[in-house]
Design a protein around this ligand. Structure first.
Ligand SMILES: Cc1cc2nc3c(=O)[nH]c(=O)nc-3n(C[C@H](O)[C@H](O)[C@H](O)COP(=O)(O)O)c2cc1C
Length: 325
């Protein structure tokens, strides 16, 4: 299937794997790219720019297809060495960058100068238009149902995607809640040129995470995520567990007076414990409502082939019948 997104990134299928902390290692990105999608290495999971350079080289050893790197700009206690990470991306010959969080305007000239295509993740039409105006090549429109940071507007994709289509000139992908071919077709119908998936890719054979994480995803339903850190205006959708319940109890008790330090135990340094060690109650970790649609652990190739086959069948079968009747 050819869309503006497959053309932009030189990929076979309009499916992107969003950057995911402690999931987006070379193994994950290469598996998605080898299956014809766009795999993404999570830049900041690598502790230094040198580590990122090694991860990019490892990924290149595993695939000759295009892959990208995610750069997340969020408020942090110690600002990461962004110029160093960008140098590693450029020198590693990576041609796609997924930015997220704060406005990436500062970094666009150097990325563009090196022929790197930038897709910025946005949770609102207003931020998407900003991304377009500063010269991003595409937007990943992230609805309220998404795993990770859905922003503070709470607009789900059934509204957000057609709204984005009303206003944007650059191509966009539907992000948040996607797991199957029905949703790819719906996203295309609403004006998107592809999809971005996070949570769905964690429950794959190649995802380099502990088996407990994959089982937790299989066991969960669409009712099992929670929004945390809303009072701090840093809302994150996570899978419910004992640590999340503790965190939410603190939010309730402290109200508007809550500070990041009050919940540090539930959110700081959690990812290696969950993703690598499989200690599932260690803290809050990002997870989308789409867990309710995840019932198996396929290879990335089987997953992507299945989504594309289902999408083709719907377009040429069910939808074509409606058009003809
Ligand atoms: C475990 C996990 C970690 C994530 N980490 C990041 C991250 O570091 N940077 C980022 O931009 N997005 C991150 N995301 C968001 C994903 O890239 C993607 O936008 C989101 O998962 C889409 O929603 P879905 O999970 O419903 O598919 C993360 C998501 C998950 C599930």
């Amino acid at each position: 299937m050819k869309t503006k997104i497959t053309e932009l990134f030189g990929i076979e299928h309009p499916i992107i794997q969003g950057g995911m902390h402690y999931v987006g290692f070379a193994e994950m990105a290469a598996a998605v790219s080898n299956a014809g999608g766009l795999g993404i290495i999570t830049g900041l999971t690598q502790r230094t720019p040198e580590d990122l350079a090694k991860e990019i080289a490892r990924c290149r050893d595993m695939t000759d297809k295009p892959f990208g790197v995610n750069l997340t700009f969020l408020p942090m206690v110690n600002t990461p060495d962004y110029p160093g990470y960008i140098k590693a991306i450029i020198e590693g010959g990576v041609k796609a960058v997924e930015t997220a969080g704060n406005n990436p305007a500062k970094w666009l000239p150097v990325l563009k100068e090196h022929g790197i295509k930038v897709i910025h993740k946005c949770t609102s039409v207003r931020h998407s238009l900003k991304a377009e105006s500063i010269g991003c090549d595409a937007v990943s429109v992230d609805g309220f149902e998404c795993g990770g940071h859905p922003g503070e507007d709470d607009v789900p994709n059934f509204i957000l995607l057609p709204r984005a289509a009303e206003e944007l000139k650059i191509p966009f992908v539907a992000s948040g809640g996607v797991a199957n071919g029905k949703q790819l077709v719906a996203a295309l119908a609403m004006g998107a040129d592809g999809v971005n998936m996070g949570t769905r890719f964690i429950a794959t054979k190649e995802a380099p995470v502990h088996e407990n994480v994959k089982q937790a995803i299989l066991n969960a339903t669409e009712l099992d995520t929670r929004l945390v850190m809303r009072p701090l205006r840093n809302t994150e959708r996570v899978l419910n567990n004992a640590a999340v319940e503790r965190l939410l109890a603190k939010e309730k008790a402290l109200g508007a007076n809550i500070k990041f330090e009050d919940i540090i135990e539930e959110v700081a340094g959690v990812y290696p414990k969950i993703m690598t060690e499989g200690t599932m109650e260690a803290g809050a970790w990002s997870c989308g409502m789409v867990v309710g649609l995840i019932h198996d652990i396929p290879t990335c190739k089987d997953l992507i082939d299945g989504i594309m086959a289902e999408a083709h069948a719907i377009i040429t079968g069910r939808l074509a019948q409606f058009a003809a009747s």
